[in-house]
Design a protein around this ligand. Structure first.
Ligand code: 2NL
Length: 360
């Protein structure tokens, strides 16, 4: 093998093995620099005879071209590798993990939950849900419900009245949801089966009363609706709502201006160590008021009491929510503290149904 061929083989092998760009540069200087090995060969051309130069010239120039080419190619390859390494090591993941959407993070307030549960139970019995305004007339809130003008019951309610309007009419914040049932009787022909959940207001504020609270009332009007139906409906409701197989109930005589007879209803319970359980024990807990709709109320709502009769009941939602879900204090219900809601609230997609479970 000639010297030129040996030099080429060794130089190209060294270039191919160079680990980085600095090593390639060293090899370039060693081959093509002022006193490099290839440069030294090029210098020998000057001292040659024309015939010798004709023979060696292309060989040595070819050697220089191939060494230059190899150095350029190796530098480029090493540059690319270095870039790849930087791209791999300096990668920054700017994506965020997928977060739970509002339907997974949000919570349903226990009052909304209980209204949904009550709606599921009475919906199954064929009841419709009716709503009405919070600001009512004295007529719909009191007069049509058989509270005579000046009757002390109007004061009994500690009503929030508005200032009289230009017609001298004093609107008020409804003290019960009964005006919604009055509106239903005025708007629809019997048979009527309706429940009316919503906000109600009384000027009451202490440990167990807030000025705004929630009620659900129920109303049935038909030609033969009677107390037997009422008792069955309320028993079925209590078993469903408190998720118990059987419960004793006690109907005590009472008084409301809008029903006759009127009753207060207690359910059987046990109280052990501050815990209330329903459907067992010897204690009683009052949960609602009810009665047969007073004939005056029927007349005031456009119904003939000789043709139609009906029954109605009303109960406080906030209190039964506390009882069912073991919440000791009413005040945080309306403090809008998301930590309380995260603890006592319900998952929005777990809708209460009779088949799927009311409070699963
Ligand atoms: C209670 C008692 C009650 C009613 C509400 C009612 C409605 C109409 C006609 C007759 Cl339109 N009655 N509602 C009847 C009896 C009792 O509520 O203690 N609520 C918390």
């Amino acid at each position: 093998m000639t010297d030129i061929a040996t030099l080429e083989r060794d130089t190209l092998a060294a270039i191919a093995a160079a680990a980085d760009e600095a090593a390639v540069e060293e090899l370039r200087i060693a081959a093509l620099g002022k006193s490099g090995s290839v440069s030294a060969l090029l210098k020998t051309l000057g001292a040659m005879t024309p015939d010798e130069r004709k023979e060696k010239g292309p060989l040595i120039n070819g050697l220089r071209d191939r060494v230059q080419g190899a150095i350029a190619a190796r530098k480029e390859a090493l540059g690319e590798t270095a870039l790849e390494a930087r791209l791999a090591s300096e990668r920054l993941d700017v994506s965020l993990p997928v977060q739970d959407g509002p339907e997974a993070r949000g919570r349903i307030h226990p009052i909304s939950q209980v209204i949904d549960e009550i709606t599921a139970i009475f919906g199954d019995m064929g009841f419709a849900v009716a709503e009405g305004p919070d600001v009512e007339t004295d007529d719909l809130n009191f007069t049509r419900l058989n509270f005579p003008v000046g009757h002390p019951a109007r004061e009994m309610h500690d009503t929030f009245f508005f200032a009289p309007d230009s017609n001298g009419e004093r609107k008020l914040l409804r003290t019960h949801t009964s005006p919604v049932q009055v509106r239903t009787m005025l708007a629809e022909a019997p048979p009527i089966r309706v429940i009316c959940p919503g906000r109600t207001y009384r000027n009451d504020s202490d440990q167990t009363h807030t000025p705004m609270f929630h009620q659900v009332e129920g109303l049935v009007i038909d030609k033969s609706a009677n107390l037997g139906h009422l008792k069955w409906i309320l028993e079925e409701f209590c078993k469903s709502f408190f998720e118990i197989d059987d419960v004793k109930m006690r109907f005590r005589p009472s008084f409301f201006p809008f029903t006759e007879p009127s009753m207060e209803v207690d359910i059987q319970c046990s109280r052990k160590g501050g815990e209330i359980r329903f459907g067992e024990g010897e204690d009683w807990l009052e949960i609602l008021g009810c009665g047969m709709v007073h004939p005056n109320v029927l007349r005031n709502c456009g119904l003939d009491p000789d043709v139609y009769q009906g029954f109605a009941w009303g109960m406080g939602i906030d209190r039964i929510a506390m009882l069912k879900y073991g919440m000791p204090d009413l005040r945080p219900f309306f403090e809008a503290d998301v930590r309380w809601l995260a603890h006592y609230g319900f998952r929005p997609l777990d809708l209460p149904t009779l088949t799927g479970g009311l409070s699963s």
